[in-house]
Design a protein around this ligand. Structure first.
Ligand code: ADP
Ligand code: MG
Length: 921
């Protein structure tokens, strides 16, 4: 196949040696893609394809100018491609090309996206006692963050949840996970990350440990406690090795190893993040999300941090108190806050600039940006110390976290070096201020003097020769020349040597000009080289301070995030919640943080604690059940971010996870879910939630037939109450579940109050939703209510209600975990297919008796509710068993009789005959 020679041959050979999806190969002033790659790239980026012939065949070719490569590569990487880049360099015998780096979704330094970009590795090991241990490492090469954790005795769901908190752009599954299709499928379902199979050897414990120690130093590795976490180290080693292999040059920026324990933050799985619309709405828009609503940050780094806080809420009391105190101080000190935000709005993204400096891609403008931003630290620190309310808050300590002296001195150094507005290129001089470097000054002086001589040459020559139309200019082919207008060419002195004739003028040079030209070119080259050299040294010194840049960047970002939370709290009248240990969640006059922005919101109370762990929320459709429950989840989440919350007052017991599941039917409207998915997610919740979690179940079970649905909802409730004991809110239209609220001690019913009867005489059936949540079950069933609202005729609605009441009365299911489980409850099952009751008196512990009871025909009379027939059931059974021969004969005649074909008179005679026969008994 690869018979092509020349450039195409070289391309195909390089392509074979990489596992990147696409290869961009430098050919002079262009990067070219050939063959299939050319077609893919042309398709994705709307480039023109031309043909390149080689060895008799012709190959598609598409190219981009060398200077434009970055945006094209970014676009490809954002679409999920891994792009190898082969640069060209000079050798003794012409050009040589080799792959210098591979840009991948997780290692893309020039990303235009401001949010964090994580590359993660996940490793699984079976431990001796039969459980699984997972190791997870994640790095953001654009900021140099590196985080590691190990989950002992965990299952796949927990590992996935953990991974998801990073929202990774690229994931490296360890060797043990690559054949686990179920794990990989779940990964694909839950993230948009690219999955990359990185060299297995880099996951080997010995090798990985060496890589990690090499990068962070053995002391760091031991002091953060991951030295003995083998599995975590394997993941960390693989991530580092991958970053190194892709050659993006950012490894040096990855300096800070952060290990975190499992209990440090709140689990939020993918479904929960989506249901709660943290960063995007269910429709996938960022506008209308929680983040979008509360984000008032003025810097990219601040916004990124706030978003991370929302996605990784904390459990650490001390940290939450610290954040709250900062927000409280800033919300009270309005003037200082606005001054700080104004100052911060000039800040650049220091964390990202640090990575650019270390990777050697920062230019002089970037270093100026570093200088200007470092200088802001002092200004905001002043604003804090000068304001008593802020000075006495933990903000002062937060600012001490960054070394202000070091920041000032680096800023001063950069300021003394670089001109105020340096050019965008670093190889053409003009970067440095005079006085920064003696040697450089000398060359600059000479260079500028030579330029000055050239600049003033026309005036001198005009004066000397009397020629008026005379100028000095420079171009590529002629170098410097003197140009004289045609009408005056007779007046040129002898020493002018003619070099070119144009339409209206002639060009000349002189020996003197030639000499100056050589001088200028020599000086120019020396100056450019020297400035570039000095610049690289300066950039290297900045790179060595990467940690300082990250610290300052982080401090400013944090300040920005705090100020943003304060602004939102003040503008929306939010309150500081008490964050406590234990299971209490009490909210007085709470609101939904997003809905309150666009709606006249009716505030609601919520109270939960150990004795009131599980709330069954009932109420008509559209009354606000879903909103009420999400509001509880969001207030808990905001409290664990360190934010104020939308309520008059709130006490939030810290949770270790928030789990939500919305019934498939409600999600179906969005076209994204099936009942199967609903059940998988329910299963995940039942596995993952603990007695310290908050669980929100919204119409779970609604995706299937009624009795299926009730049974699942019922059993899930019992299981959560008896075995898991999470704080749970369960909205349901299965009114049957309210029985659980009456029987189980920790389960309570609440309902959204409705004003007015659903069908009062003479009204058109309007109801007013009060949207106030009260204790006790709702008094009406959802379905009948909807039928009513939809205008189903009155007799039908009334009759439905009557039938429903009977169904409820007759159906008592024994409740697990109930204190008065005295047995002897009746079980009746209405069979939807036959329209008949299956019935039987059930003794508890003898449930089988109920299910074996024979169906009994009802009289089919619409005047009699089916429930009545059911009540007669047991009697009917006996009668059926003891039919005598006469009765049987009557019955068989009755069945065989064709009513339509028999004249009425004859029918009457028949009936009389049968009555007589039966009477004879
Ligand atoms: P349900 O889950 O009971 O069907 P939703 O929670 O979906 O009801 O709410 C229905 C509508 O009512 C939504 O448009 C929501 O914004 C609005 N809503 C819900 N609760 C309130 C409230 N407390 N105050 C004002 N509007 C509300
Ligand atoms: Mg709802």
């Amino acid at each position: 196949m690869t018979e092509a020679t020349g450039i195409v041959g070289e391309f195909l050979t390089l392509k074979e040696g990489t596992d990147a999806d696409l290869l961009a190969m430098q050919c002079g002033d262009f990067y070219e893609f050939f063959d299939e790659d050319a077609e893919i790239v042309a398709d994705e980026l709307d480039l023109k394809v031309s043909q390149k012939s080689s060895h008799g065949s012709s190959y598609p070719m598409a190219g981009v100018p060398v200077d434009d490569l970055t945006p094209y590569v970014s676009a490809l990487v954002e679409r999920g491609y891994r792009v190898a880049i082969a640069d060209q360099h000079e050798t003794e015998n012409g050009h040589a090309r080799e792959i210098t780096r591979v840009v991948t979704p997780g290692t893309h330094l020039e990303t235009g996206d401001e949010s964090a970009q994580y590359l993660a590795a996940v490793v699984r090991e079976a431990s001796r006692d039969g459980g699984d241990t997972y190791g997870i490492a994640a790095t953001d090469v654009t900021t140099g963050q590196f985080q590691v954790t190990q989950l002992d005795d965990a299952d796949a769901g927990e590992a996935l949840t953990e991974l998801y908190t990073f929202g990774p752009a690229e994931i490296l599954p360890g060797p043990e996970l690559r054949n686990d299709d179920e794990f990989l499928d779940r990964l694909r379902e839950r993230t948009d990350a690219a999955l990359t199979l990185h060299d297995s050897a880099s996951f080997e414990p010995g090798r990985a440990s060496h890589t990690v120690r090499e990068q962070f130093g053995s002391e760091t590795v031991d002091s953060v406690g991951i030295g003995d976490q083998n599995v975590a180290v394997r993941a960390a080693g693989a991530v580092l090795s991958y970053v190194e292999d892709t050659g993006v040059g950012t490894l040096a920026a990855v300096t800070r190893l952060q290990a975190y324990g499992e209990r440090d933050h709140v689990d939020l799985d993918a479904t929960t993040q989506r249901n709660l619309e943290l960063t995007e709405t269910m429709q996938g828009d960022s506008s209308g999300s929680l983040f979008d609503t509360i984000d008032h940050t003025v810097t990219a780094a601040g916004g990124r941090l706030l978003q991370q806080w929302l996605q990784r809420p904390r459990r650490n009391q001390a940290e939450l108190q610290r954040r709250q105190s900062c927000v409280a101080a800033l919300s009270e000190a309005a003037m200082a806050r606005e001054r700080i935000r104004e100052t911060l709005s000039d800040a650049y993204d220091l964390e990202r600039l640090a990575a650019r400096a270390t990777s050697g891609s920062a230019d002089a403008r970037d270093l100026r940006a570093v200088q200007e931003t470092l200088a802001l630290l002092g200004q905001v620190a002043d604003a804090v110390t000068e304001t008593e309310r802020l000075a006495e808050s933990p903000l002062a300590d937060a600012l001490d976290g960054a070394d202000r002296e070091a920041a000032d001195s680096l800023a001063a150094e950069l300021d003394s070096a670089l001109v105020a507005d340096p050019p965008g290129t670093v190889r053409q001089g003009g970067l440095f201020k005079r006085g920064y470097d003696g040697d450089l000054d000398e060359i600059i002086d000479e260079h500028e003097a030579a330029l000055e001589w050239l600049e003033t040459l026309p005036d001198r020559e005009k004066e000397r020769t009397g020629i008026t139309h005379l100028s000095v200019d420079r171009n590529k082919t002629d170098g410097y020349y003197i140009q004289v207008g045609k009408s005056e060419t007779d007046a040129v002195p002898d020493k002018y040597q003619h070099i070119k004739t144009l339409k209206n003028s002639k060009r000349y040079t002189t020996p003197e000009l030639d000499e100056k030209e050589r001088d200028v070119l020599r000086l120019e080259e020396r100056r450019h080289d020297m400035e570039y050299e000095r610049f690289q040294e300066l950039r290297e010194r900045v790179a060595q301070r990467a940690t300082l840049l990250q610290d300052v960047g982080r401090t400013l970002a944090e300040l920005d995030a705090f100020a943003s939370l304060a602004v939102h709290a003040v503008e929306n009248d939010w309150t500081r919640p008490a964050v406590v240990d234990g299971n209490e969640l009490s909210i007085e006059a709470g609101r939904h943080p997003v809905v309150e922005q666009t709606t006249e919101f009716v505030p609601n109370d919520l109270y939960m604690d150990d004795d009131r762990q599980f709330l069954i929320v009932t109420g008509p459709n559209m009354s606000g059940k879903s909103t009420y429950m999400r509001q509880a989840a969001l207030i808990t989440l905001l409290a664990q971010v360190g934010s104020f919350v939308p309520a008059r007052s709130a006490t939030v017991g810290l949770v270790d996870g928030i789990f939500t599941r919305v019934g498939a039917l409600d999600e179906l409207a969005q076209g994204r879910s099936t009942f199967m998915v609903e059940m998988q997610e329910l299963s995940n919740i039942l596995h993952s939630a603990t007695d310290e979690s908050l669980v929100i179940l919204d119409e779970v079970g609604r995706g299937t037939a009624t009795f299926d649905g009730i049974s699942i909802a019922w059993a899930a409730t019992e299981y959560i109450v008896n075995s898991i004991q999470s704080k749970t809110l369960f909205a349901t239209h299965y009114h049957e579940l309210t029985a659980l609220g009456e029987e189980l001690p920790t389960v309570e019913n609440v309902h959204v109050a409705v004003d007015g009867e659903p069908r009062s005489a003479g009204s058109d059936g309007d109801v007013t939703f009060l949207r106030t949540v009260r204790d006790g079950p709702s008094d009406r069933s959802y379905g009948v209510h909807v039928a009513d609202l939809a205008g189903v005729p009155e007799p039908v609605v009334d009759r439905s209600q009557a039938v429903l009441d009977r169904l409820r009365d007759d159906k008592a299911i024994e409740i697990r975990g109930s204190e008065q489980n005295d047995g002897g409850t009746t079980q009746a099952v209405f069979d939807l297919d036959s329209g008949q009751f299956r019935d039987g008196a059930v003794q508890s512990g003898d449930a089988a008796a109920g299910s074996t009871a024979e169906p009994v025909a009802t009289d089919g009379d619409p005047e009699h509710a089916p429930g009545e027939a059911a009540a007669e059931g047991p009697e009917g059974d006996e009668r059926a068993a003891s039919l005598d021969s006469e009765t049987e004969a009557v019955l068989s005649e009755l069945t065989e009789l064709d009513v339509n074909e028999t004249p009425p008179v004859e029918l009457m005679a028949k009936v009389q005959e049968w009555q007589a026969e039966l009477d004879d008994e």
